[in-house]
Design a protein around this ligand. Sequence first.
Ligand code: NVA
Length: 313
Amino acid sequence: MVRHLLRDDDLNPAEQRQVLELAWRMKEDRFGVHPLAGPRSVAVIFDKPTLRTQLSFTLGVVELGGYPMVVDGNLAQIGVRESIADTARVIGRQAAAIVWRTYDQSRIEEMAQRSGVPVVNALTDQFHPCQVLADLLTVAEQHDGVEGLPGLTLGYLGDGANNMAHSYLLGGATAGMHVRIGTPAGRQPDPAILADAQRIAAVTGGSVLVTDDPAAAVAGADVVATDTWVSMGDQRAADEAEALFGPFRLDAARLAGAAPHAVVLHCLPAYRGKEITDEVIEGPQSVVFDEAENRLHAQKAVLTWLLERAGEG
Ligand code: NVA
């Protein structure tokens, strides 16, 4: 059966560990693994803006020995000019895998149903699983390995209904972490996704908590994460975002409530003075550029892992 990474819980706890350990090894041996030798191609499609994701998937596919076919979603107009089902079958006949950044999760699910090759979610409105794998790799590096992840506490501040919050819930629970989402009432996570995270946490020994108290979200946390207050495709005005999320800004005073050894994550792009202060993102606890680099290693591992299971690696 062809496997995909459409949402974080497409990997069970053991599989997530395998991918993270593979990413760790591939970071140490960056040019030594070539599952795409041929070169075979990966279609990398963007319906939304990108910098890190285009960079890391393009370079990653090249480093795996393949050819990255970057497709501009504005030209392809998937689902408008041509149905998702037809597009999936056209690409699936030619590419070894499909990476897609798009809007609603239902779009990537339909792509995966029809493509016949692995599909990787490079961000949807609901999830950003590649980012959370990179984040987990970054945290593992601070704790001497992937086995250091279970039991750690991650406090997230900001929009609790966006892709990062949802992916921290699912991916963090899968890793056996205690995930706390600090977000205002009205921007709470999708209840179905929260329930999924709770079910996973019950098995892994992690936990999930949603609170409108930003201090409670970060108190004693090992990891503090935030994200933009206005995600791509979100029409929220800047002044509305400030009023809603201002109390959830990650500044030095808020960070002081976390554990002294806490590290700071931000998936970038960062809006300094909004969700995070310059002092914090440039400060000694920030690991955001390790995190950005780790997109490359995590995604190479995901592609390698999926291609092996598709019988093609
Ligand atoms: N929540 C952000 C993540 C950017 C990588 C967005 O969707 O715009």
